[in-house]
Design a protein around this ligand. Structure first.
Ligand SMILES: CC(C)(CO)C(=O)C(=O)O
Length: 363
């Protein structure tokens, strides 16, 4: 089985590091047997990051106060890294030498992936990216997207088997090569057809279901072995909308006020504004027949506590002068409101305010 992780952000590095470490342990255990190793490959968006990783390895901490583990290219059997520039043209594979006793370790980078875990930001998923990705996909490749927000454009080709992952794992990227597992969470995976699917996609998914099940089962097993709390979701749609609500409340406010997640709870007036965003989104969900629960408000407060010292991903984008995911978070709520002929003024304001922080927002 070949897994490609696409995206060298905090979550990409976290999932790569933990999987690589657990597969490495596996390899050590199986040395001398004719065990065939599974392959893991990390694609970073920029060539520069891939070069850093190839030269310095990945620094990984299982927690803030935990020792730094160094994953060196030569010590991770079957794992490799390459960079893809902003244009998403395939760059030459960065030299990531590994010592591995298995003969098929010499395979080239052009080998297609059986499973692709996508951890790139929404703004990087565009037509060029899909084109690049199509070179890595074979007939039965499963794509698992692990991203904030919701897409309303039909970006995924109908024939692809796309799954959605919702995770509450916390990860902090301290440098292009350094990631800290800053909070343990849970990861649910479900068929994207439930969210975006056409009937063609559903029929196709059914006809090759046994492949899906095998690959997804392998992923869940690998993630569990690597120490993640991962499961197959019974209702991924609900989980995506729940996470969307959490992000639509926490992300823009932390980015506007430039505060850590926990500081949202520091005053009544902040909590009132959060509640306004929550109520408005809940009304929009209601009109769209999207089940929501009052308990989600408590979930939001709990996320603020559990990740109190964290910089939200939107604040991190703003601080680094990068475009944000606002269009796929609060913008998605506005889209749902329009669909129901209603207004979502508070979310509109969030979009306008965040968009006006930079001059390079995605459309
Ligand atoms: C849940 C939250 C807000 C945690 O920081 C997040 O997902 C993000 O920052 O994007």
């Amino acid at each position: 089985m070949r897994i490609d992780i696409v995206g060298g952000g905090s979550l990409g590095l976290l999932f790569f590091s933990k999987l690589a470490l657990s597969w490495h342990t596996d390899d050590m255990e199986h040395q001398g047997n004719d065990h065939q190793p599974d392959r893991l490959h990390l694609w970073t968006r920029t060539k520069a990051q891939a070069q850093h990783i190839c030269q310095e390895g990945i620094l990984f901490q299982t927690g803030q106060d935990q020792p730094v583990q160094k994953l060196l290219p030569t010590s991770i059997s079957g794992c490799s890294v390459a960079g893809v520039e902003g244009s998403f043209k395939l760059e030459q594979a960065a030299p990531y030498e590994h010592t591995t006793p298995y003969e098929h370790a010499t395979e080239t980078i052009t080998e297609k992936a059986d499973l692709i875990l996508l951890t790139v930001k929404q703004q990087h998923v565009n037509r060029e990216f899909i084109q690049w990705l199509s070179e890595r996909v074979h007939k039965h490749t499963i794509i698992v997207t692990m991203q904030n927000g919701l897409r309303t454009d039909r970006i995924w080709p109908d024939a692809w088997q796309v799954y959605v992952a919702v995770t509450t794992e916390g990860a902090k990227k301290l440098s292009p090569v350094w990631v800290v597992h800053s909070g343990h969470g849970a990861t649910s995976i479900g068929d994207a057809a439930a969210l975006y699917g056409t009937s063609a996609a559903r029929d196709m998914a059914k006809s090759i279901q046994h492949y899906d099940e095998g690959t997804i089962a392998f992923l869940l097993k690998s993630l569990t072995k690597a120490g993640f709390n991962a499961s197959l979701s019974k209702d991924i749609k609900l989980e995506v909308y729940r996470k969307l609500m959490i992000n639509a409340v926490i992300n823009p406010l932390t980015a506007l006020w430039r505060i850590a997640n926990g500081e949202l709870l520091a005053s009544k007036s902040r909590i009132m504004i959060m509640r306004q965003l929550f109520d408005e989104a809940a009304a929009v969900y209601g009109k769209n027949d999207i089940g929501w629960s009052e308990s989600w408000w408590n979930d939001i407060l709990q996320v603020c506590c559990a990740t109190s010292a964290n910089t939200s991903s939107m604040l991190a984008d703003v601080l680094n002068g990068r475009p944000t995911e606002i269009s796929w978070i609060n913008g998605a709520i506005i889209g749902l409101a329009r669909r129901a002929n209603m207004k979502a003024d508070a979310h509109e304001w969030m979009c306008r305010l965040i968009e006006s922080l930079t001059t390079e927002e995605a459309d």
